[in-house]
Design a protein around this ligand. Sequence first.
Ligand code: MN3
Length: 262
Amino acid sequence: MSLIQYPTIDQQQNEARLAHTNKSPRREFLKGLSATAVALSVNPAQAQAQVIKNPTNQTESKPMTFTLPDLPYAHDALQPYMSKETLEYHHDKHHLAYVTNGNNLLKGTEWEGKSLEDIVKGSFGKNAGLFNNAGQHYNHLHFWHWMKPNGGGAIPGKVEKAIIDGIGSVDKMKEEFIQAGVTQFGSGWCWLAVKDGKVIVTKTANGESPLVQGATPILGCDVWEHSYYIDYRNRRPDYLKAFIENLVNWAYVEEMYEAAIK
Ligand code: MN3
């Protein structure tokens, strides 16, 4: 699995511009859209179907900056640790709302055309509405990849060593990660991040992430109630334990760790 690529508005507008200058704008637009869709792990057939459903404005509409990717697994693939119903609400409704609101709030701001990470870092403390939605879009894009069916288990050697160097032991990391999630008052996230070359445990409120703490996230768990209440009710510690022991996709954590220390 490769890291998520975020096309900038410039890249997307270039694709749209190419489509406009071609003799067959419809076909080229669809081709451009498919390329964007693939880059964002969206099913291209589904992306085309969306355009065909709305044929009147296909050459007028600009591709949006934020798009909702498909889950990298079926909605029921994480059961019994995370239910189909939770993923239907969390991915299909909550994440979609961040995408829709983020696109609306981005329009006309100085961050149009910037990468998602630059939008998140740049809007922090300056444009709360945009930051909240862009931040949550960033967090959720990775969250779906930080989990997998039959997750948990052995941690890749290089990441395990970095965890031991930074935190002391794998058991201590798990304990601190769960504790960070349990003690995050209200909505937020708990994290493993790389700061100054070291792996640390941290937590953030609402849509914030280690990106706005001068660090790079390599693993995050959503502790908003929408993430666990259907399956665990008020038992947030049980949700966090299931996440770290049975859901984490350590191969994706390894990829993010490799990118973070470059
Ligand atoms: Mn969420």
